[in-house]
Design a protein around this ligand. Structure first.
Ligand code: SAM
Ligand code: SF4
Length: 312
């Protein structure tokens, strides 16, 4: 289905939980965060129904995200059901990688084809500092296994001033012999961690200065590059300095059943608890009224949520 600005909305991102076993400083922050009540979370049946309606309306691609999707009990049951929807051409997962290791074979079998791992450092001590988790080894093992199993793997690296600029070349090096995409994401000032995000912002415009590379152009939100002679790709995601709204094809579903047609807008439409027909009406309304562009450059996201409850 097209929105009023003629953009075809074909990509649904589902945050299946706002909970997470990590506490990344730029997302949930260290101090703890108010989490949703279990009764306010969409059931698997409701999520499945919403995906069916969306695919009828032209959605072809789904990404499961969170919080951390694998902290939700029995999440594999939901992923299997979604994967059985014939109209879906592409199913991806965004994960911190710590809980996915023993699920990878099954995910491959049922047709999940993409996995994005969030990884901001390649050093265990720094990993602990930024995530407040000791699961560095588990994350790395899962990432390597996903590559071995033939998933399309991306690494999402959030650039954090004074924290990981000294590792940029090490991340770029990962693309030398591996068919992997490393995406450098600029911090977005959103939710409870927005002060941290503003103070530690670092642009990604100079990252490739020392390299000779091919510009592969935009693919979704990332502008892609390939260093000459390297197997993998580098993606630069610059929501602040480079708006990609005119090509945005996404709609988001939060874990408590709100449709967000724009990540950085405060506008949300509730569809939890509605009948199938009512859900469909509201989905059509949300898609049609998707905002033309975000206003993030006015310093802060207008979204009232933390990133863990939207899913990135
Ligand atoms: N827990 C999973 C993970 O970390 O991959 C999925 C949810 S997480 C909210 C999705 C993505 O959002 C991650 O890649 C994370 O780095 C990114 N993210 C969270 N807060 C952000 C912020 N303030 N600015 C930019 N990216 C952010
Ligand atoms: Fe959890 Fe992902 Fe947010 Fe980190 S970025 S706190 S792993 S939801």
């Amino acid at each position: 289905m097209k929105d009023q600005f003629n953009r075809e909305i074909s990509y649904l991102r589902i945050s299946v939980t706002d909970r997470c076993n990590f506490r990344c400083k730029y997302c949930m922050g260290e101090e703890g965060i108010k989490l949703l009540d279990h009764k306010d979370i969409l059931t698997f049946e409701e999520i499945y129904e919403i995906v069916q309606i969306m695919t009828d309306l032209g959605v072809k691609k789904v990404r499961i995200t969170g919080g951390e999707p694998f902290v939700r009990k029995n999440i594999m049951n939901l992923i299997e059901k979604i994967a059985s929807i014939k109209a879906l051409e592409d199913i991806g997962i965004t994960t911190n990688g710590s809980l996915i290791y023993d699920k990878l074979e099954r995910l491959k079998e049922i047709g999940v084809n993409r996995i994005n791992f969030s990884l901001d450092t390649l050093k265990e001590d720094k990993f602990k500092k930024i995530t407040k988790s000791c699961d560095f080894d588990k994350t790395i093992r899962s990432l390597e296994k996903a590559l071995d199993l033939g998933f399309k793997v991306k690494i999402n690296t959030v650039l954090i001033k004074g924290f990981n600029e000294d590792e940029i070349d090490s991340f770029i090096n990962l693309t030398k012999d591996r068919d992997i995409e490393v995406r450098f994401i600029e911090l977005m000032p959103i939710g409870q961690a927005k002060d941290f995000d503003k103070e530690n912002f670092m642009g990604n415009q100079d990252i490739l200065k020392a390299y000779s590379y091919k510009d592969l152009g935009y693919k979704g939100v990332a502008r892609n590059y390939q260093i000459d002679g390297y197997k993998g790709k580098i993606g630069l995601i610059s929501p602040l300095s480079n708006k990609f709204c005119k090509d945005c094809n996404k709609i988001r579903l939060t874990s408590d059943g709100k449709l967000k047609a724009c990540l950085h807008s405060a506008d949300e439409i509730n569809i939890k608890g509605l009948s199938k027909e009512e859900k469909k009406e509201q989905i059509i309304r949300a898609i049609y009224n998707k905002p033309q562009k975000h206003q993030l450059e006015n310093s802060t996201s207008a979204s009232l949520r933390n990133m863990n409850s939207i899913g990135g």
